[in-house]
Design a protein around this ligand. Structure first.
Ligand code: F6P
Length: 359
C-alpha cells in the first residue's frame, strides 16, 4: 500500500479535520502517501486532488469543518452534466475509478454519513477498494455505537439549554430549542437529558400536543412557571407531518427541514396562554472545535481506517462497538438509519425522571 485517497462527503461536523490528520500522520508512519479529494465526490469526478503533507495537517486537530471541503450534492452515479444543452444525471462512476487508478490510488477512504457511504458502497460493488469512516452529528448510522461529531453537537445544544434555562426562569416563559436530527432524535434526547429539559420531542415518537400543553401547565400549577422544551427538526405531531422549510432538488436528501419549533411555539401559546419563545440552534451544532471525546474518536477512526487499508479489508466501515473499534461491512451501515428505539436506555432514563417525551 503506497497511496490512499481521502474525501469528506455530506454535511460537515466537528472532527473531520481530526480524522484527516490521523490518516495523514499514521499513513506517513507506514510510508503511505495521502491524496486529498476536494469537496467530496464532486472532486472525485472533476479530478480535484492535492497531496496532503504533514505540514497540511499541522495544527488542524482543534479546527472545525474540513480542510478538504464537502458537499451534500453530487453523486457520481447520477452526476449533473450538460448534455445537448440540458443538465442531465449521468453515471460518471467509471471515470472516477479510472481517474483514481490513473494517479496510483490503491484505496479510497470515504468519510461520510448515510448518503456518502451509500455512494461509497456502490463504488465498492464496482471493485474500487473503499473503506468508510462514520461521521454525522445526527448519530444515525447503523453498525456503530457513535459517529464522530455527535458528542460535540450534544455539548453545543446542552450549552444552549443551560443558557435558555436562566432566561426562561427570569421571564416565566416556555422556551423551545429546535435542534438538528432529521429522522433520528439522538441530539435532542442526549442534549435534553444533559440540559435538564422538561419536554423532549423526537421524530421517533409523534407528540400529542394536548399532552405537551398539559405537562407545561402542570409544571406551572406546581409553581414552576417556566418550561424547557427540546424539539428535533424532524419531530411531528401525532397524525401530522414533518415541517419542511423548502425542497432542494439536486441534494442527496432533497428536503430541508426547519420550522417545527415555531409551529409548536404557536400551538402551545394558544393552548396554555403562556408566553413562549423559540430558538433554532441550526448550524451552530455543526461548527466549531470538536470536544475531547470527538477528537479521540476521530483519531481512532482515522488510524483504524489506515490499518484496514493495510490489511486489504475493503468494502468495510470502521465502527465503534463498545470500547473497541471494529470493521463492519459497509452494507450493514447504510440504507437503514439507526433510530432511537423504545428500549433505548437514555430514553428510559428520561422517562424515569418524568421528562415528557410527547406521548
Ligand atoms: O445530516 C446532518 C444535518 O445536520 C441534519 O440534521 C440537517 O437536517 C442537515 O444536516 C442540514 O444540512 P444542510 O443545511 O447542510 O443542507
Amino acid at each position: 500500500m503506497h497511496k490512499l485517497a481521502v474525501l469528506t462527503g455530506g454535511g460537515d461536523c466537528p472532527g473531520l479535520n481530526a480524522v484527516i490528520r490521523a490518516i495523514v500522520k499514521s499513513g506517513y508512519q507506514e510510508g503511505i502517501e495521502v491524496i486529498g479529494i476536494r469537496d467530496g465526490f464532486r472532486g472525485a469526478v472533476e479530478e480535484e486532488y492535492r497531496l496532503l503533507n504533514l505540514s497540511d495537517v499541522s495544527g488542524i486537530l482543534p479546527r472545525g469543518g474540513t480542510l478538504l471541503g464537502t458537499t451534500n450534492r453530487d453523486n457520481p452515479f447520477a452526476y449533473s452534466t450538460l448534455v445537448d444543452g440540458q443538465i442531465q444525471p449521468v453515471d460518471r462512476s467509471d471515470d472516477v475509478i479510472s481517474q483514481l487508478q490513473g494517479i496510483g490510488v490503491e484505496a479510497l477512504l470515504a468519510i461520510g454519513g448515510d448518503g456518502s457511504l451509500s455512494i461509497a458502497l456502490e463504488f465498492a460493488k464496482k471493485g474500487l477498494p473503499v473503506i468508510g469512516i462514520p461521521k454525522t452529528i445526527d448519530n444515525d448510522l447503523m453498525a456503530t455505537d457513535v459517529t464522530f461529531g455527535f458528542q460535540t453537537a450534544v455539548s453545543t445544544a446542552q450549552d444552549a439549554l443551560d443558557r435558555l434555562h436562566t432566561t426562561a426562569e427570569s421571564h416565566h416563559r416556555v422556551m423551545i430549542l429546535e435542534v438538528m436530527g432529521r429522522y433520528a432524535g439522538w441530539i435532542a434526547l442526549y442534549a435534553g437529558v444533559a440540559g435538564g429539559a422538561d419536554v423532549i420531542l423526537i421524530p421517533e415518537i409523534p407528540y400529542e400536543l394536548s399532552r405537551v400543553a398539559a405537562a407545561v401547565k402542570k409544571r406551572a400549577d406546581l409553581g414552576k412557571k417556566f418550561s424547557i422544551i427540546v424539539v428535533a427538526e424532524g419531530a411531528a405531531p401525532l397524525g401530522g407531518e414533518m415541517v419542511v422549510e423548502r425542497k432542494m432538488p439536486g441534494r442527496i436528501d432533497p428536503i430541508k427541514l426547519g420550522g417545527i419549533g415555531a409551529k409548536l411555539g404557536e400551538d402551545l401559546e394558544t393552548l396554555t396562554g403562556m408566553e413562549t419563545r423559540v430558538t433554532v440552534l441550526g448550524h451552530l451544532q455543526r461548527g466549531g472545535s470538536p470536544n475531547a471525546a470527538d477528537r479521540v474518536l476521530a483519531t481512532r477512526y482515522g488510524v483504524a481506517a489506515v490499518e484496514a487499508a493495510l490489511d486489504g479489508d475493503f468494502g468495510t466501515m470502521v465502527a465503534l462497538q463498545g470500547q473497541k473499534i471494529v470493521r463492519v461491512p459497509l452494507a450493514e451501515a447504510v440504507n437503514k438509519l439507526k433510530k432511537v428505539s423504545p428500549d433505548e436506555p437514555v430514553l428510559n432514563a428520561a422517562r424515569k425522571l418524568g421528562i415528557m417525551m410527547g406521548d
